[in-house]
Design a binder for this molecule. Structure first.
Ligand SMILES: C[S@@+](CC[C@H](N)C(=O)[O-])C[C@H]1O[C@@H](n2cnc3c(N)ncnc32)[C@H](O)[C@@H]1O
Length: 202
């Protein structure tokens, strides 16, 4: 009989996944086709909060572009990998749904491959709105993942708890919270959408 694979919450799951996470960088990039970074070209001197920053796939590039980056994640092991790559990025261990920052601090909040791990992204969107300056932007991606994939770790294969969000539902939640949607890019593989990229203005 096939062995049942444990489904873990994000903090313990990503702590286990951290050492091998960067092996999948090209695969992860393919879901964005460079689009997320095109919306973050003029970030020099801007305050950027990367929520669910992981090992810094985007944080490191934004810091290189001169942004003042804060990387927040529930997984301390993911942030440890990030810390080895860049000493200028500020690190925060915390939960996307309770951001440990004051009101109207950031020019941008970004969240790539994050909301797939949130049962309901509404509270995160609300928090992002609170910490954004007036006119600031939330850039969020929503991958089309109906079922959590198997992840290889040194402790054996695991799955990390994840949730499917319909693109229209994500858009609706943002609009209900008074964001203005400036852009929606759908990334396709053949006929199937694989990622929704949204730029929402406060
Ligand atoms: C698939 S990784 C994405 C990492 C990075 N954003 C990227 O695009 O490569 C998802 C990250 O979100 C983090 N995460 C999941 N749920 C979270 C939450 N509620 N608050 C903060 N971070 C969370 C995980 O620990 C993990 O590092």
């Amino acid at each position: 009989m096939a062995k049942k694979i444990k489904i873990l919450p994000s903090d313990t799951g990503y702590d286990l996944a951290a050492p091998r996470y960067d092996d999948k960088e090209d695969y992860l990039n393919s879901f964005e086709q460079g689009k997320v970074l095109t919306y973050l070209q003029d970030v020099a001197g801007k305050k950027v909060l990367d929520v669910g920053a992981g090992t810094g796939r985007l944080s490191v590039e934004l810091s290189r572009r001169g942004a003042l980056v804060t990387a927040l994640d529930v997984s301390s092991e993911m942030l440890k990998v990030l810390a080895k790559k860049n000493k200028y990025i500020e690190l925060a261990i915390g939960d996307a749904e309770y951001l440990p920052f004051g009101n109207e601090v950031f020019d941008y909040v970004i969240a790539t491959f994050l909301i797939v791990h949130l049962r309901d992204p509404k509270q995160f969107f609300d928090e992002a709105y609170r910490v954004l300056k007036d006119g600031g932007r939330l850039i969020v991606t929503n991958i089309n993942q109906a079922e959590a994939p198997e992840v290889e770790t040194d402790a054996g294969p695991i799955k990390i708890e994840s949730f499917y969000h319909r693109p229209e539902a994500v858009m609706k939640k943002l609009e209900e919270l008074a964001y203005t949607i400036e852009k929606e890019d759908m990334v396709f593989e053949g006929d199937v959408w694989v990622n929704q990229i949204l730029v929402a203005k406060k």
